[in-house]
Design a protein around this ligand. Structure first.
Ligand code: SAH
Length: 211
């Protein structure tokens, strides 16, 4: 699928019906979601792979993974309202075969090939992203693709060391944040966000042999 077609389909994903500030419910911008999904596809971590989307929210990453040929895809979010939106997005998006369930990310760990996530950035609750990284790096057999604020670099580098994960890349992505919560005073702001790619459990030589 061409990038323009992927972005067009992701732009149809419905946003949160009543976004919760305490859970930092901000939908991944379609362009950023496409960048994450294309990176995973190119590295062989999507097509036919089992995928877990942590803090799936609207389901944009999980639905996009299914559109690009992922195998079994599951999305987990603590908010039943978000899960309902995600389910609707999957059924509106013909061909997106995804299971969504309500649950806390701390209990959502299971063995999958690839974890995708746009976790809370910790703006409302410090370290809200900590359990996301623990579950992600404990669940992925191959790789984790995640967004994080640029000032979280040291924190993520430490998590990578703890879990014997290898940082494959850290790339700034364009992230326009539209006013979402009452405390957002400007109509939109651009925030400094990185896309992280971490490989887990296998050396890059193994990966190259697979390609
Ligand atoms: N990836 C989604 C949502 C990003 S916002 C999208 O792009 O639409 C972060 C999401 O994490 C929110 O939907 C929020 O409800 C969820 N969340 C926050 N804390 C959580 C927790 N402890 N367990 C599971 N989900 C959580």
């Amino acid at each position: 699928m061409k990038r323009s077609e992927l972005v067009r389909r992701l732009a149809k994903v419905h946003g949160f019906s009543d976004p919760r500030a305490d859970l930092e419910q901000v939908m991944t911008p379609p362009e950023a979601a496409a960048t994450l999904l294309e990176a995973a596809l190119q590295r062989g971590d999507l097509e036919g792979r089992s995928v877990l989307d942590l803090g799936c929210g609207t389901g944009i990453l999980a639905v996009g993974a299914a559109l690009l040929g992922a195998g079994e895809v599951e999305g987990v979010d603590v908010d039943p309202g978000a899960v309902a939106v995600a389910q609707r997005n999957a059924s509106d998006c013909a061909g997106a075969n995804v299971t969504f369930r309500t649950g806390d990310v701390a209990d959502a760990g299971r063995s999958v090939d690839t974890v995708l996530m746009n976790p809370p950035f910790g703006a409302q609750r410090a370290h809200a992203d900590r359990s996301f990284w623990t579950t992600a790096l404990g669940s992925a057999r191959r790789a984790v693709y995640a967004f994080a604020l640029a000032d979280s670099r040291t924190f993520i580098e430490q998590r990578a060391v703890e879990h014997f994960a290898r940082i494959e890349s850290t790339e700034p992505v364009r992230w326009d944040l539209p006013a979402t919560f009452p405390h957002h005073r400007k109509r939109r702001v651009e925030i400094a966000v990185d896309l992280w790619v971490l490989s887990v459990g296998r050396s890059s030589d193994d990966r190259n042999r697979d390609l």
